[in-house]
Design a protein around this ligand. Structure first.
Ligand SMILES: Nc1ncnc2c1ncn2[C@@H]1O[C@H](COP(=O)(O)OP(=O)(O)OP(=O)(O)O)[C@@H](O)[C@H]1O
Ligand SMILES: [Mg+2]
Length: 224
């Protein structure tokens, strides 16, 4: 098996804005080892989220090659990309991105809706994921009935429900107080120690220092 679970080769992401071109990523070559824990830091607007969205196949590059688990994403059709997004990668966002009108259990079940898994098993898998993040007693709560840290745990359970080998988190502690943020960091550390590859974007140097590797993004380029 390839030792790198993510490989980027001279990746660019340009946005055309009228007469201007925004070079959000401008030639990024980067390999991420299987089972590693990486923190991505860098100033606002440097390209961190753009990079994460490309790795998570939420977006496609303007140029360059991305391999996820040894497979080139370029040329994949929508169905193949959806498979990578759903099965290989779990994504966690700063603002949780939960569905406001349904409870924690239903939120966690959503990635399984198109998996062909039956309703009873979907529920069972969602329960296991919520138990995993310490929310067994909050399954019936809607997002507005949960604290910030609990909301982020629901979002992490949703990212875990398909048992992906890669976890991507874009400022997962950015909307939380520092103590709650540390608890969320500990959860990511546990999920890493279970063998997952974790990549976490953060502005917080203390949080970044917990990662085995730190990557700095600046003006659309990466450095260590
Ligand atoms: N959809 C888009 N259309 C046009 N420009 C974009 C788009 N998305 C991002 N950009 C631009 O690309 C650059 C990188 O944005 P990105 O969101 O990746 O930064 P970031 O490092 O995540 O910043 P922050 O720390 O504030 O979240 C910025 O200059 C931004 O304005
Ligand atoms: Mg960002």
């Amino acid at each position: 098996m390839n030792e790198y679970v993510i490989e980027l080769s001279d990746v660019r992401r340009y946005f055309t804005m009228g007469d201007f071109i925004v070079k959000a990523l401008d030639g990024v070559t980067l390999n991420i080892e299987r089972g590693s824990f990486t923190a991505i830091t860098g100033p606002s607007g440097s390209g961190k989220s753009t990079l994460m969205n490309l790795i998570g196949c939420l977006d496609t590059p303007s140029d360059g090659y991305i391999h996820i688990d040894g497979e080139l994403t370029m040329g994949m059709n929508e169905k193949e990309l959806a498979y990578v997004r759903n099965e290989k990668v779990g994504f966690v966002f700063q603002q949780f991105n939960l569905l406001g009108k349904v409870n924690a259990l239903d939120n966690v079940m959503t990635p399984l809706l198109y998996s062909g898994i039956g309703a009873r098993e979907r529920k069972e898998l969602a329960k296991i994921a919520l138990e995993r993040v310490g929310l067994a007693d909050r399954m019936k709560h809607r997002p507005n009935e949960l604290s910030g840290g609990q909301k982020q745990r629901v979002a992490i359970a949703r990212a875990l429900v398909n048992n992906p080998s890669i976890l991507l988190a874009d400022e997962p502690t950015g909307a939380l107080d520092s103590q709650t943020g540390r608890q969320i960091l500990e959860l990511f550390e546990e999920l890493h120690s279970e063998g997952r590859t974790v990549i976490l974007v953060t502005h917080d140097a203390e949080i970044a220092s917990h990662a085995k590797r730190q990557i700095r993004v600046r003006d659309g380029k990466v450095g260590e």
